[in-house]
Design a protein around this ligand. Structure first.
Ligand code: ADP
Length: 254
């Protein structure tokens, strides 16, 4: 895919959101460019997941606007352009008796509508997606019989099998070991650099995401910073965001 880094694919303008009486986000203005790899950081409860859910149209805006691929989110229908790997993929019951291949095939039904069987083209994409995450040999295994890291790879395959242009990951590496984390970040970088996918990744691991992503957005109910990872790193000595020196946050998470 030809990537145009100057093209805005998501435009968030003056967005705010409250759950009942609790104001969670205010004055969020942020553009995400094609081919970007954006890391979203911030303390627990800062509104990061809420912001992702707003961009996915899963929550209604209270104020402001969001455009997806140039179109107002209220009119946007082409959801197959957007992939989502939720937190530990917990919205999926892994005890449900489906195979790895069937989990990935769901992305194809989502694209074409229910009650469509997969055809040869779908099968090729399912195979390609599973090979990309190195899980093809597990295609006939039940999802519930895999390790957490392997399940995560299958959910990434499901996200990319919809052939999206952008994929959101929410805290993808919490509770997985270092080796699985490393493999995850290698895979995401490959998807970004080789396949031209735009990536938005929420992470609690500031040090790691700064090393991986191109840009960092710091969310603490408002957008506290949005800068290149390089600048973020250079300024991190003096940056005092979230009420802590960045160094303290590193320390805390190590
Ligand atoms: P983060 O992802 O940064 O940890 P969240 O977006 O999950 O933050 O949550 C922001 C705030 O909104 C938290 O105080 C959380 O308790 C609250 N919240 C999240 N989801 C809901 C919900 N469905 N109903 C009510 N409050 C919620």
């Amino acid at each position: 895919m030809q990537v145009d880094h100057s093209k805005n694919i998501i435009e968030i303008k003056d967005v705010c959101f409250s759950y009942r009486n609790e104001e969670v986000l205010k004055n969020i203005t942020l553009d995400i460019h094609q081919g970007d790899y954006l890391g979203v950081v911030g303390p627990n409860g800062a509104g990061k997941t809420t912001l992702i859910k707003l961009m996915l149209g899963l929550l209604p805006l209270n104020c402001g606007s969001i455009k997806l691929f140039g179109q107002d989110i209220k009119d946007f229908r082409d959801w197959s352009k957007i992939g989502y790997v939720p937190q530990k993929a917990t919205n999926f019951d892994v005890n449900f008796p489906v195979t790895v291949r069937q989990v990935v095939a769901m992305a194809r039904y989502a694209k074409k509508g229910l009650f469509h069987f997969t055809n040869k083209d779908d099968e090729i994409i399912i195979e390609k997606s599973l090979k990309q995450v190195e899980m093809w040999e597990y295609k006939d295994r039940l999802i519930g019989d895999l390790s957490g890291g392997q399940q995560q790879r299958v959910f990434i395959a499901r996200a990319i099998a919809g052939e999206p242009e952008i994929v959101f990951f929410d805290e993808p590496t919490s509770g997985v070991d270092k080796k699985t984390q490393d493999e995850f970040y290698t895979l995401v970088k490959e998807l970004n650099e080789k396949s031209g996918l735009t990536i938005v990744l929420v992470s609690h691991d500031i040090e790691r995401i700064t090393a991986e992503a191109m840009h960092i957005a710091c969310v603490d109910h408002t957008l506290v910073c949005h800068t290149s990872s390089q600048e973020f790193l250079e300024e991190s000595e003096s940056l005092n965001i979230f009420g802590h020196k960045i160094k303290n946050i590193y320390h805390h998470h190590n």
